[in-house]
Design a protein around this ligand. Structure first.
Ligand SMILES: Nc1ncnc2c1ncn2[C@@H]1O[C@H](COP(=O)(O)OP(=O)(O)OP(=O)(O)O)[C@@H](O)[C@H]1O
Ligand code: SF4
Ligand SMILES: [Mg+2]
Length: 371
């Protein structure tokens, strides 16, 4: 990837080409004399600057519903008015393309980066942007075999080379486990607004596995928004009565020992089992179903993070604008024409009016979230 000696590297000027993809996707890669590791670093930094919050959906175990939760969380946030992306980090079995009805689609690379594909629905203002390796393989039935070096690069490409644009949330669908991909991602996202959601099922063995993922988060200092218990009971399609297939093996207590809250319980439901086949998350396809509604506490907890972040950034921007108005030369010139007593009084009145307005807007932002 980078064949320069340390001396040669030091002599290469730190100039970036401004292209939105990594050097591996660049037609000029062989003749380019720029510092490529610098470009790849700048690329990731620039992308991260445009992303408000990164939510990593993980579990130590396979098949517990990480991808289902990712797709529904993303669609739920988009319904709430947020700008949302989904990064499919499961390089062995990428399937977000299926969950969003995009299986078999292909993407192009442009100067701005790799294309994301979009999922739209009636109630969604900003389509969900999906970035997946599945859009880059020749045939979606081909199994993908990756060496660790490529895995490392892939996680970088996923965040850096896809053209995400400005997002409130990027939801990352992880493969099972706390291996290379997760460690690379955590290293890369250090210092960014990143949190995690743990997915687990009620049985004891799955719990033990999810607790391992919880411990990993605690050790890495990766904040856990909460755990979602998936396949928690069955709702009878005939009588709507709920019953449990698996005994509750003390999940709540085990999680609280780790300081993790069980935030939502999602039932075992046929509409969720068909979610990937239908190519639409149940939260938009059947919003009134018990399965769709069961995601609400998770969506709300994650949205609250976004509102906090959104409110804070708007408040900061407004503060700067109002301060600029108060400091504006034109205002000072206009005031200087007035007698001194009046000048001070009017200046104070304008400053207080602008501050009041800032307070009012700040209140409105925190009440309405991203809407
Ligand atoms: N609550 C549920 N009720 C019914 N089916 C479900 C439920 N949750 C997930 N499924 C189904 O179980 C299968 C596995 O779910 P999913 O792919 O989301 O798990 P995963 O943890 O991402 O798996 P992997 O570890 O392979 O990535 C899918 O077919 C999905 O549709
Ligand atoms: S090889 Fe890399 S640094 Fe050079 S122009 Fe292409 S993307 Fe930019
Ligand atoms: Mg999955």
């Amino acid at each position: 990837m980078d064949f320069l000696t340390p001396e040669e590297k030091a002599s290469v000027p730190k100039v970036d080409c401004g292209l939105g993809h990594a050097c591996q996707f660049c037609p000029k890669e062989t003749e380019c004399k720029l510092d490529k590791s610098y470009h790849n670093k700048v690329l990731i930094e620039d992308r991260l600057q445009e992303i408000g919050q990164i939510i990593v959906v993980l579990a130590n175990k396979g098949g517990v519903g990480k991808s289902t939760v990712t797709a529904n969380l993303a669609a739920g946030l988009a319904k709430g008015g947020f700008r949302v992306g989904v990064a499919d980090a499961d390089i062995h079995g990428p399937n977000q393309s299926r969950f969003f009805g995009l299986a078999g689609e292909r993407i192009r690379t442009s100067k701005a980066g790799l294309d994301t594909l979009e999922f739209s629905d009636e109630g969604i203002r900003h389509p969900v942007k999906i970035g997946s390796l599945a859009f880059m393989v020749e045939d979606h039935t081909t199994p993908i075999v990756w060496r660790d070096a490529y895995k490392h690069d892939f996680i970088h490409h996923l965040i850096g080379s896809f053209n995400w644009g400005p997002l409130d949330f990027l939801v990352v669908d992880m493969p099972p486990g706390t291996g290379n991909e997760l460690i690379t991602l955590c290293d890369m996202l250090e210092g960014s607004n990143v949190s995690s959601v743990l997915v687990t099922t009620p049985q004891a063995v799955a719990q033990m596995d999810s607790l391992k993922a919880g411990r990993f988060c605690n050790e890495r200092g990766l904040p856990v928004i909460g755990a979602l218990e998936n396949m928690a009971g069955v709702v009878c399609p005939h009588c709507s009565g709920a019953f449990h297939l698996f005994p509750d093996a003390g999940l709540g207590e085990a999680l609280s020992e780790l300081g993790i809250e069980r935030i939502a319980k999602v039932p075992l439901a046929p509409e969720l089992a068909m979610g990937s086949d239908n190519g639409e998350p149940v939260i938009t396809a059947q919003p009134d179903s018990a399965a769709a509604q069961s995601f609400a506490p998770l969506v709300e907890a994650v949205a609250a993070l976004g509102r906090k972040d959104f409110g804070a950034s708007v408040a900061e921007a407004m503060g700067t604008v109002f301060q600029e108005n108060i400091d504006a030369e034109a205002l000072h010139d206009a005031l200087s024409a007035l007698p001194q007593g009046e000048r001070e009084g009017l200046g104070d009145e304008i400053a207080s009016m602008l501050n009041q307005e800032a307070g009012r807007l700040r209140g409105a932002v925190s009440e309405n979230g991203a809407d």
